[in-house]
Design a binder for this molecule. Structure first.
Ligand SMILES: C[S@@+](CC[C@H](N)C(=O)[O-])C[C@H]1O[C@@H](n2cnc3c(N)ncnc32)[C@H](O)[C@@H]1O
Length: 621
């Protein structure tokens, strides 16, 4: 679905439904703009709608440069109808932004739109304002339905009633469906006994839709932990509606120490946003709490939008399995933590498994056992790998900066003898691969220039055997450096040790005549020592950049005979070295090809000079 927003705020719909293509928004508040730019950088902010009596035609012109959105989600600034503010209705400038929004909708003509506002809109000016609003909708040719929904029935412990009007181009029935109780809603919405949240329609007219049901209760400290806990959902304690102002009275909470304000983090959770969502860089530092409260208080609640979207997705052809998986998880609380994010991830896994059972089918079992986060990460990794593999199809294996070969390195015959300055690699660490180290040493003696070096990162379980194998190929022991991995906890199962460093063994063909090496302790990057997203044994690019920089020179030829996902190659080309990469595994080879080609493009764009250093040397064969 292509989507857009008006009066965007901090991006509740974009957060609720990340799977949609959010093209543009319209926001003028500087802090809200900063949150949007940071959290949703792909969404274009078209800025001011030119309200307050000015023509909106320029805004419409800007919006028309994009594809027509299927959905526009909007909520005109609502203080004018709010019981929290003075009641002025559509005559008030802020209120009339609702009509400006309708003008834009009428010009852009999305198939769907959803409008959110305070329930005060229903009775503002004795109902005449809402009547004028609905009348305009009909004139524009949209069928519509409206309903008051309360965030507390959508998984957040906040009493927050809002009127939602859904418009559908050309017919009313689909709009009614979106706001009707549907299969997935049973758990999350109030039952009909608890609430009279029935959809209002043109036929039903004004009135109705007022939520009754549970009253707001006093908060307890730590309550927000409960709402993540499916078993506790029946006993939730619910906060009052959050206010967008920040003073000592706003958003109070009572805990064992007395009355205190909610923290911005608590408010983020109450509105269904990820933690620290509004803690974005702001004027060279962190934003003041007041700005965060205001932005969050003005925002839609994320889970309510998500609920509505689930029916849209069905209408738009969301697969049955994905929908059922979502419902199952929501109903049973199978995974213990049922947040909106969990539901979205569940749907994504189920959909992928259905679309491509061969590649993703195996992910359904762990998801159904409740390992949603981990399985979703795995899905993302597999999709990323898939994307790179597809990209690789159109990338040549040779380039003036690198040559990549898909083969067992022992069978490679076309690397010119004595053409390589450095072999930098890590072979698999298991016992079965010990003899491969002897083969590596023999190939290295052939490929390395006299004085050229082999640097091998390895595990420690079979270190004596590995050193022995490397020595058999005619290479000379030179040194051992330490590759420190403070974050990664590599478990040496064979020896029952949790390890935080790896040896970097250095062998030379003949005698090393290079420069001094400035230090023999190197440190992995912040990813903890490895990027396992693209290869189960992937290493840290940052760590390998350090290694390449510490030991080799610009223009050197570096070869990795077991390149995996291409980490050595990326570091090499980034630093202006020539790279030869080999891997026996076809998928690893393709992933490397796509990554290394991208690294070359990035590096040339960032620093064309280092490129010249490489090409000024004779290109190796
Ligand atoms: C430890 S991984 C390398 C990981 C790599 N450094 C990275 O960061 O992605 C070892 C790689 O060696 C490859 N390999 C194992 N035996 C090989 C052989 N005989 N010839 C070429 N590649 C081999 C495997 O396919 C695997 O991708």
């Amino acid at each position: 679905m292509r989507a857009a927003t008006l009066f965007t705020g901090i991006g509740a719909p974009e957060t609720a439904i990340p799977a949609w293509q959010w093209m543009w928004g319209a926001e003028i508040d500087p802090f809200a703009c900063a949150v949007m730019a940071y959290q949703h950088p792909d969404v274009r902010n078209l800025g001011d709608v030119n309200a307050y009596g000015l023509s909106v035609s320029r805004f419409i012109e800007r919006a028309r440069r994009f594809d027509r959105p299927d959905v526009i989600v909007w909520g005109a600034p609502c203080q004018s109808y709010s019981h929290a503010g003075r009641r002025l209705g559509l005559d008030d400038r802020r209120g009339s932004l609702a009509l400006v929004g309708l003008e834009i909708i009428g010009a852009i003509r999305p198939t769907w739109w959803v409008f959110e506002n305070v329930p005060g809109l229903l009775s503002s000016n004795e109902g005449r304002d809402f009547g004028a609003f609905l009348g305009r909708i009909q004139e524009l040719g949209y069928g519509f339905a409206w309903r008051v929904l309360d965030a507390q029935y959508f998984g957040v412990p906040q009493h927050r009633r809002r009127v939602f009007v859904v418009g559908h181009l050309g017919g009313q029935e689909p709009a009614v469906q979106v706001l009707s109780e549907h299969e997935g809603g049973g758990r999350n919405t109030a039952s009909s006994k608890e609430s009279d949240q029935n959809p209002g329609t043109a036929a039903a007219g004004l009135g109705g839709g007022a939520a009754g049901g549970r009253k707001a209760s006093t908060l307890k400290a730590g309550y927000y932990r409960c709402w993540n806990d499916a078993e506790d959902q029946e006993n939730l304690v619910v906060t009052r509606t959050l206010k967008a102002i920040y003073d000592n009275e706003a958003n109070p909470v009572v805990d064992e120490y007395g009355v205190r304000r909610l923290t911005p983090l608590e408010v983020e959770r109450l509105q269904g946003f990820p933690d620290s969502y509004t803690k974005v860089p702001w004027r060279g530092g962190a934003p003041p709490d007041g700005l965060r409260y205001k932005a969050l208080g003005n925002s839609m609640a994320v889970p309510v939008i998500r609920w509505e979207s689930s029916l849209w997705q069905q209408i738009a052809g969301l697969s049955k399995t994905a929908f059922e998986a979502r419902v199952t998880i929501a109903r049973t609380g199978a995974c213990g933590v049922v947040t909106g994010q969990t539901l979205i991830k569940t749907a994504a896994i189920a959909e992928a498994a259905e679309a491509d059972p061969e590649k993703f089918g195996h992910l359904k079992a762990p998801m159904e056992r409740g390992f949603v986060d981990r399985t979703y990460r795995k899905l993302k990794h597999l999709q990323q790998q898939q994307q790179l593999i597809e990209q690789a199809a159109s990338i040549a294996p040779s380039h003036e900066r690198y040559r990549l070969i898909c083969s067992d390195f022992r069978n490679v015959t076309d690397v010119k003898p004595e053409s390589v300055d450095w072999i930098i690699t890590d072979l698999p660490y298991q016992a079965a691969y010990i003899p491969l180290h002897g083969d590596l040493a023999r190939c290295a003696s052939r490929w390395l220039k006299p004085g050229g070096s082999l640097l091998l990162m390895t595990g420690k379980a079979f270190l004596p055997e590995i050193i022995d194998q490397l020595g058999q190929g005619g290479l000379t022991w030179h040194w051992e450096s330490v590759y420190y991995t403070p974050v990664a906890n590599s478990q040496e199962y064979v020896r029952k040790v949790h390890s935080h460093w790896k040896p970097l063994l250095w062998f030379v063909r003949g005698e090393y005549r290079g420069r001094w090496i400035a230090g023999d302790v190197l440190k992995a990057g912040p990813d903890g020592g490895g990027d396992k997203a693209l290869h189960k044994w992937g290493q840290s690019v940052e760590g390998f950049v350090q290694i390449v920089e510490r030991f080799t020179n610009i223009g050197d030829v570096i070869l990795d005979p077991c390149m995996g996902s291409g980490t050595t190659g990326i570091a090499a080309v980034r630093l202006g070295r020539y790279f030869i990469g080999i891997d026996v595994d076809e998928e690893a080879y393709r992933i490397s090809k796509a990554r290394i080609a991208a690294a070359v493009d990035e590096q040339i764009a960032a620093d064309p000079k280092t490129c010249r250093h490489t090409t000024s040397k004779e290109k190796p064969e």
